[in-house]
Design a protein around this ligand. Structure first.
Ligand SMILES: [Zn+2]
Length: 338
């Protein structure tokens, strides 16, 4: 799966025809003769990865769908927040008192909710609260900026019935195609995934893998109606991230790191880690990077992932025995597993 993704990445991509007007693919790209300079310093492959920053990002994979997680290959586009000065991410909260109020509210662990709870109408408000606590008093508080606006239309729940995931007969396929969430995923993938197949059977395979997605262009989290709270949080963490981490380390590790940070937030909420995803391998590699290679120091990872720091990738590469800021994705994964 990863191999085919890498092959796909090796092909030059057209830039998206309609990137968000106020954003640019790589906020941190050097100002002078940027592409040539990058090609010289980090190589063509790495530059291609950087330039692919136009694509969006797909979320969790249904756990029962087998081993396709690593191939949820859709890429992320620079979000509306990409142009913010990096320091806004680290600035103190606007006012300490709302933070204190937020922090004194009950954590999820004090409610009946867990990461495995099926979402309901209140999901946007629940995740807004969780992210507000994460930003004000959580382990990741230095890195997370809570927007608190998911309930204002940035989270969409789309009808989905898992029985519609079956294929194998014309009748089943008709039901698959008629499913609201499947239709939303298809539209999104067609719009954003350059490698989305034209064959309908292959399209359905891809669609069935998607358990939620963050549409960066529209700044909207999209979830199927039977999604778990853990999936909603995973997408919310994507939403608060910058594209830089994925540009340097690739989609596979980006998903693992996203789940790693999501689980840190769950732990702050006195809940167990979320397991209802298919990113087990991704998470394992992310944890190996953090625990073995970085000796438990996740902060440089967070600085890249949340703040878009472009100096820290070198530090992480050094920790896995690589000597440039950018390497091929497979090289990075191999070095972490070594
Ligand atoms: Zn994801």
């Amino acid at each position: 799966m990863l191999t085919s993704r890498l092959q796909a990445q090796a092909r030059p991509q057209k830039e998206s025809s309609n990137p968000p007007a106020h954003s640019h693919p790589l906020p941190a790209r050097p100002a002078q003769d940027p592409i040539l300079r990058l090609q010289r310093t980090i190589g063509n492959q790495a530059v291609l990865r950087l330039m692919r920053a136009q694509n969006p990002e797909v979320g969790l994979v249904w756990p029962q769908q087998g081993s396709q997680a690593a191939s949820a290959t859709v890429q992320r586009s620079p979000g509306p927040e990409s142009d913010q000065p990096e320091k806004t991410k680290q600035s103190p909260k606007a006012s300490p008192s709302p933070g204190n109020q937020v922090c004194s509210g009950p954590k999820l662990g004090a409610t009946k909710l867990t990461a495995d709870s099926t979402i309901d109408k209140k999901v946007a408000g629940v995740i807004d609260d969780v992210m507000a606590r994460a930003a004000a008093c959580g382990t990741l508080k230095t890195y997370i900026t809570a927007k608190g606006d998911l309930a204002q239309g940035h989270l969409k729940v789309i009808e989905h019935y898992q029985g519609n995931d079956m294929v194998g007969s014309t009748h089943a396929e008709d039901r698959f195609d008629a499913d609201d969430f499947h239709q939303a995923v298809k539209k999104y993938l067609q719009e954003t995934e350059p490698d989305f197949p034209t064959d309908e059977e292959k399209q359905r395979q891809k669609i069935a893998e998607i358990g939620g997605f963050y549409d960066r262009k529209r700044d909207t989290i999209n979830l199927p109606s039977d999604a778990k709270l853990g999936s909603a949080l995973h997408e919310a963490v994507h939403r608060t991230s910058k594209p830089v981490f994925k540009n340097y380390f690739g989609q596979f590790l980006n998903e693992g790191v996203t789940q790693m940070f999501s689980d840190m937030i769950l732990q702050d909420e006195s809940l167990s880690a979320f397991t209802g995803h298919n990113y087990g391998e991704n998470l394992k590699v992310a944890n190996r990077l953090k625990d073995d290679k970085m000796k438990g120091n996740w902060k440089p990872i967070a600085e890249i992932y949340f703040n878009g720091d472009i100096h820290k990738p070198w530090e992480i590469m050094a920790s896995i025995g690589l000597n440039r800021a950018m390497h091929k994705e497979q090289e990075i994964l191999d070095a972490i597993k070594k």
